[in-house]
Design a protein around this ligand. Structure first.
Ligand code: F6P
Length: 527
C-alpha cells in the first residue's frame, strides 16, 4: 500500500491547501454558497454531524476521499472487520466489532455470545442482590475509562440502589478513602484487567482483598469477580467467577466485552444490549455507507486535513452533557494511545504528524476556563461540540441555556468580532484610561476558528453506543491513512520497565548507576 504522503491525492491536497485552504474564510464560504450547510451535514445512525463550520468545502472533501481510496482505506477496513491480523506488531486480529454483532453474525459469534450471556446473567444477579450495594471496579486504562465514562452517561437508566465506584490509580489516595466508606458485607469488587498483570490494578486488588479479609470477610468467591483474558492468574488470586475475553479485543476497545460488567450492573442486561446494538448500527454504517457519506471516514479525513495540511496539533472536545464529563478522558486513550505513533507499519519514521492532542471538559464549564484561548489564543484548535437535543431531566429552561451556549460558542469561534466592531461598544468603566483603539484590539476576536457539531436526539444506551463506535472508527480511519498500527501501544512499556527497576531502590536506597537527576530526586524522596 502506498504511503499517504507519496500518493497523488496528497500532492493534490497540498496544491488545494495552498490555493484554497490556507486562506479559507468560513464567513466568506457561507456568503458565497447558500447550500454550504446542507452540503456539509451528514447523518449516521443516532448521530447527526454538521461539518459546515470547518475549514473545507466539498472540493476539499473530494480530494480527501481520493486520498482515502488511494491509501486503500476500504480494503483495510474490510480486513479489520473480517478478522485479519492487522495488528501486525502483536500478530493479532482487531475484532471489537464482533463483540456487538448480533448472535449468529460476525466472527467468533458463539464465544462472544456465551460470555455475554453469562456476564449479563451475573449482572442481573448482582442487581437483584439487595445485600450488594457498592460495586467497585478496579482497573486502569481501557479496563477503567470506558465503564467510568459510560456509567454516569447512562445515569437515568441506572439501578437506584447500586453505588458504582471506580478505582484506577496506584496512588493509595484513590482506594484508601473509598475503603473507609465501604462495608465489606455489601461490596462487590470487579477486578478488570485484560492481562491481570498491570501493576496498578494488581496493587489495588491486593489492597482490596487484604481490606476485605481484615474486615472479617470470608467469601472471596461472592465478593470478587474478574474480567480478564488471563483466567489462570485470576484463579491464582482466588477469584472463581471470571468473565473472559480475547486477545483480539484491545484494551481501549474493550468496554463492549466483559470489561463492560460495571455498565451492565448499573443499567441492566437490556440496556447493555442496547448499547451494543447502537455500536453495531454504527459498524454497519462504517462497513456499508459510501465513503462520501460515511461519517467515521469523513471525521477521520478531517483530522488528517487539520493535522497534516493546516498543521493543527490538537482538537478540543466539548460535550454539552454533564453525563459525558469523562468522554474527553476516554477519547484521550482511544485516540492518543491508538494513533500516537511515529513509525509506519513497515517501521519507517514518519515525516508528518499523527495523533493530535485530544482534550476537553464538558460545556459549559470549559467556557469559563480555557475557551479564552480557543477564541483569542495564538493557536487554532478545532473544537468538537456534542449537543443532545432532549435531556433526561425536566429542566427545560436550563437545557435551552445549555444548547444556546453550545451554539453560541461555535458561532463566536466562526464569526469573531473585528476591532472596529469592538470599538463601537461601550468600554467597561474599569478600563477608562486605556487607549480606546488598544482596548478594541484586546476585545476583538479573529473568528474563522473551525468546529464540528455532533447532535444526538437523546443520550440513550443506543445512541451512546453509536457515538463511541463512531469515534473508534474515526481513529481507525486516520490511522489507516497515516499507515500506522493503531492497535499496539509499545510506548507505554519503557516507563513500566524503568519503574520496575526503580522500585527496589525505594527499599535499598541504592542510587548507583542512575542519571544525576533521577538519583537526586530519589535521594530527596528517600531522605
Ligand atoms: O499501559 C497501557 C495499557 O496496556 C492499556 O492499553 C490498557 O488498557 C491498560 O494498560 C490496562 O491493561 P490491563 O487491562 O491489561 O490491566
Amino acid at each position: 500500500m502506498m504511503r499517504c504522503d507519496a500518493t497523488q491525492a496528497w500532492a493534490a491536497l497540498q496544491g488545494h491547501f495552498e490555493a484554497h485552504g490556507r486562506g479559507f474564510d468560513l464567513r466568506e464560504a457561507f456568503a458565497r454558497d447558500p447550500g454550504r450547510h446542507a452540503a456539509l451535514c451528514f447523518e449516521a445512525p443516532e448521530v447527526f454531524a454538521d461539518l459546515s463550520k470547518n475549514l473545507l468545502d466539498t472540493a476539499t472533501l473530494r480530494f480527501l476521499l481520493d486520498l482515502a481510496r488511494e491509501c486503500g482505506l476500504p480494503a483495510h477496513r474490510d480486513a479489520m472487520l473480517r478478522g485479519d491480523a492487522i495488528n501486525t506488531t502483536e500478530g493479532r486480529a482487531v475484532l471489537h466489532t464482533a463483540l456487538r454483532a448480533p448472535r449468529g453474525q460476525g466472527p467468533h459469534s458463539e464465544g462472544v455470545h456465551s460470555v455475554l450471556d453469562a456476564m449479563l446473567a451475573h449482572a442481573e444477579q448482582v442487581r437483584g442482590d439487595a445485600e450488594i450495594t457498592d460495586i467497585v471496579n478496579i482497573g486502569i486504562g481501557g479496563s477503567d475509562l470506558g465503564p467510568q465514562m459510560v456509567v454516569p452517561a447512562l445515569q437515568p437508566w441506572s439501578h437506584p440502589r447500586k453505588r458504582m465506584h471506580f478505582v484506577s490509580n496506584v496512588d493509595g489516595h484513590d482506594i484508601a478513602p473509598l475503603l473507609r466508606r465501604l462495608d465489606a458485607r455489601h461490596v462487590l469488587f470487579i477486578i478488570a484487567s485484560k492481562t491481570f498483570t498491570t501493576q496498578e490494578t494488581m496493587a489495588n486488588a491486593q489492597t482490596a482483598r487484604d481490606w476485605y479479609i481484615g474486615q472479617g470477610g470470608r467469601d472471596i468467591a461472592r465478593h470478587f469477580v474478574a474480567a480478564t483474558t488471563n483466567v489462570k492468574a485470576a484463579a491464582e488470586f482466588g477469584i472463581s467467577t471470571t468473565f473472559g475475553f480475547w486477545d483480539w479485543v484491545g484494551g481501549r476497545y474493550s468496554l463492549w466485552s466483559a470489561i463492560g460488567l460495571p455498565i451492565a450492573v448499573a443499567v441492566g442486561a437490556e440496556h447493555f444490549r442496547a448499547l451494543l446494538a447502537g455500536a453495531h448500527a454504527m459498524d454497519l454504517h462504517f462497513a456499508q455507507a459510501p465513503l462520501e457519506r460515511n461519517l467515521p471516514v469523513l471525521l477521520g479525513l478531517l483530522d488528517v486535513w487539520y493535522r497534516n495540511f493546516h498543521g493543527f496539533t490538537s482538537r478540543s472536545v466539548a460535550p454539552y452533557h454533564q453525563g459525558l464529563a469523562r468522554l474527553p478522558a476516554y477519547l484521550q486513550q482511544l485516540e492518543m494511545e491508538s494513533n500516537g505513533k511515529r513509525v509506519d507499519l513497515q517501521g519507517r519514521p514518519l515525516p508528518f504528524g499523527t495523533s493530535p492532542v485530544v482534550w476537553g471538559e464538558p460545556g459549559t464549564n470549559g467556557q469559563h476556563a480555557y475557551f479564552q484561548m480557543l477564541h483569542q489564543g495564538t493557536d487554532v484548535i478545532p473544537v468538537e461540540f456534542i449537543a443532545i437535543k432532549t435531556p433526561s431531566h425536566g429542566l427545560d429552561g436550563q437545557h435551552h441555556m445549555l444548547l444556546a451556549n453550545c451554539l453560541a460558542q461555535s458561532q463566536a469561534l466562526m464569526l469573531g468580532k473585528t476591532a472596529a466592531e469592538a470599538a463601537t461598544e461601550t468600554a467597561p468603566t474599569a478600563a477608562a484610561d486605556i487607549d480606546r483603539a488598544v482596548l478594541a484590539r484586546h476585545r476583538s476576536f479573529p473568528g474563522n476558528r473551525p468546529s464540528t457539531t455532533l447532535v444526538l436526539e437523546r443520550l440513550t444506551p443506543q445512541s451512546l453506543g453509536a457515538l463511541i463506535a463512531l469515534y473508534e472508527h474515526r481513529v481507525f480511519c486516520s490511522g489507516a491513512i497515516w499507515g500506522i498500527n493503531s492497535f499496539d501501544q509499545w510506548g507505554v512499556e519503557l516507563g513500566k520497565a524503568l519503574c520496575n527497576r526503580l522500585l527496589p531502590r525505594f527499599s535499598s536506597g541504592d542510587l548507583a548507576g542512575l542519571d544525576p537527576s533521577t538519583a537526586g530526586l530519589l535521594a530527596r524522596l528517600l531522605a
